[in-house]
Design a binder for this molecule. Structure first.
Ligand code: FMN
Length: 316
């Protein structure tokens, strides 16, 4: 039974992430589709599994000064710096639109302190509009964005506090790609209440204008995304799945450099139950639909009835 968007059927791509049911495991990654439905003009959102909001912080944020995006030969560097309207405006203006969104919406939660994360997560959870909250503890573009992914103890502490105030939504945590010990971080996250691991955010990088000799991003450094980080993310997903997540039965969302269905399939074989797409969606929002169709054909070609049968099935 292969993919036909006109027909509703128990799709081979349907997946459940710790109770969050998705019609397929293709997710628009945080920061790449606006607050809720900015992609709706470009694609039919009901054809993808979920969209993730840009990260919401307690205070409104302008983000970093321009330039804050630079293309690279293998993707891009961004230093947006969590620009967003802030929690109160998001609750007032955007949350009412979420009910009309034809796919699952995951809210991304940011902050500078434990109090911040707790306040934003609690307020968003109280709305009961989000099936999942994704804790972004891995933004490389603010001074405090990676404080809580610097070591397992810091991560455990913020998660325990957030876990205590989140009653309705499933708790995702999004980690960086350059952790010294990804398995220790994943284990700490799971022990402290994370129900889904999102691997990974962008990788710190830098570009220099050789004429002016100045960094090309105003902040100096930025986060690398796109095809250049894909093999790194496949490796991190594989390690975390094999050593921690499989035995704990905690699903992984693999995010990093997915442009085609084969990139997505690699992440599934490495151990991801779903995949996120960011940079490719900027270039062409319809790439997400091509990934859905390609994965559907792949599951058929692998003679499986569900994509779940292929999770972690790399032959070593
Ligand atoms: C312009 C831009 C903005 C982003 N904003 C956020 C954000 O607000 N929150 C977040 O958790 N990740 C953010 N990310 C990271 C993406 O969600 C994703 O983890 C990363 O880009 C790797 O995936 P990709 O290679 O498919 O782009 C952003 C990425 C880009 C390129």
């Amino acid at each position: 039974m292969c993919y036909n968007p006109a027909v509703s059927h128990p799709a081979p791509l349907a997946t459940t992430l710790a109770g969050v049911e998705l019609r397929n495991g293709v997710i628009a990654a945080a920061g790449t589709c606006g607050y809720v439905d900015e992609l709706a003009d470009a694609i039919d959102l009901s054809l993808i599994g979920a969209v993730t909001t840009k990260t919401i912080t307690r205070e409104p944020r302008e983000g970093n000064a321009p330039w804050r995006m630079v293309p690279t030969p293998v993707g891009m560097l961004n230093a947006i710096g969590l620009a967003n309207m802030g929690l109160d405006a998001f609750l007032e203006r955007e949350v009412p639109r979420i009910r009309a969104c034809p796919t699952t919406v995951i809210a991304s939660v940011g902050g500078h302190s434990i109090d911040d994360y707790v306040a934003v997560a609690h307020a968003l959870d109280e709305t009961r509009e989000f099936r999942a909250l994704e804790l972004n503890v891995s933004c490389p573009n603010t001074s405090t964005g990676r404080t809580f992914s610097s070591d397992p103890a810091a991560l455990a502490e913020v998660l325990r506090h957030v876990r205590a105030v989140v009653e309705h939504a499933t708790l995702f945590v999004k980690l960086p790609p350059d952790m010294a010990d990804p398995c220790a971080m994943a284990a700490a996250a799971i022990e402290s209440g994370a129900q889904v691991l999102v691997l990974c955010n962008t990788l710190p990088g830098m570009a220099i204008d050789v004429t002016t000799r100045a960094p090309r991003l105003s902040r100096g450094t930025g986060g690398m995304s796109g095809p250049g980080i894909h093999p790194l993310v496949v490796r991190v997903v594989h390690e975390v799945y094999s050593a921690v997540a499989r035995s704990a039965r905690v699903p992984i969302v693999g995010v990093g450099g997915v442009s085609t269905w084969t990139d997505a399939a690699e992440l599934i074989l490495a151990g991801a139950s779903a995949i996120g797409m960011g940079t490719a969606i900027f270039a062409d929002p319809r790439s997400a639909l091509r990934v859905v169709r390609g994965l559907d054909r792949w599951v058929c070609a692998q003679q499986c009835t569900s994509i779940g049968e292929l999770v972690g099935q790399v032959r070593l």
